[in-house]
Ligand binder design. Structure first.
Ligand code: DGI
Ligand code: FE
Ligand code: FE
Ligand code: FE
Length: 188
């Protein structure tokens, strides 16, 4: 499969504003990747382009994929915002023939994170969080850490998201807590 084809198809899945977010995530991820050894820019680009592929799919379509592809049923008990990553990874494999497990995991875990993330997974998670279009209290601190210490930046992002969800009286998917606890130990 050809990246240009994937770019055109992804653009058609979403409104222009979300496509522009996707391009900013790609640029930010490539920038973060410059500071990392052994990271392939074509993988960064592929994961970034595809990370929100399913963001605007209907609930019915997302639920159908979760059930048909035997993704964790537990996903359905939590906020629907967490469905598009796991489904996006399945679509990347089946529709776009993406074989690299690292790229698939970067898409799959870009919202929740998970313990012991690869460098690529961290870069996509953080680029999504700090791309220049994002604005919220504390983001400048996270932007600074992203250049210095990916784990510290991850921890702060996860804590920020958890607090945001709690303030809004929303449920938190257990993996988000598990990931936060894992990185809390890692940065000590
Ligand atoms: O798709 P994006 O908006 O670019 O970003 P994302 O995939 O990281 O989605 C983040 C949204 O998901 C954010 O507004 C918080 C929301 N969310 C809802 N429940 C959970 C959750 N995020 C995490 N990490 N864990 C949850 O349980
Ligand atoms: Fe997303
Ligand atoms: Fe995110
Ligand atoms: Fe995103």
């Amino acid at each position: 499969m050809d990246l240009e084809q994937i770019i055109q198809a992804t653009k058609k899945q979403m409104p222009l504003s979300r496509w522009e977010h996707t391009l900013r995530v790609r640029d930010m991820a490539l920038e973060l990747a410059e500071q990392q050894a052994e990271i392939q820019s074509h993988q960064v680009e592929l994961a970034a382009i595809l990370h929100d592929y399913c963001k605007f799919w209907s609930d019915e379509q997302l639920v159908a994929w979760i059930q048909e592809k035997s993704l964790p049923e537990e996903l359905l008990l939590y906020n629907k915002e967490i469905w598009h990553g796991p489904v996006g990874a399945e679509v990347a494999r089946e529709k776009w023939g993406v074989l690299e497990e690292d790229v698939l995991n970067a898409i799959r875990y870009h919202t929740t994170g998970r313990p012991n993330m690869s460098v690529l997974e961290k870069i996509i998670f953080l680029a999504d969080y700090i791309e220049p279009g994002r604005q919220f209290p504390g983001i400048d601190e996270i932007r600074k850490w992203a250049k210095l210490d990916l784990d510290q930046a991850l921890l702060q992002s996860l804590e920020n998201t958890i607090m945001f969800l709690i303030r809004r009286k929303q449920k938190v998917y257990p993996l988000t807590f598990i990931t936060r606890n894992y990185y809390l130990d890692r940065v000590k």
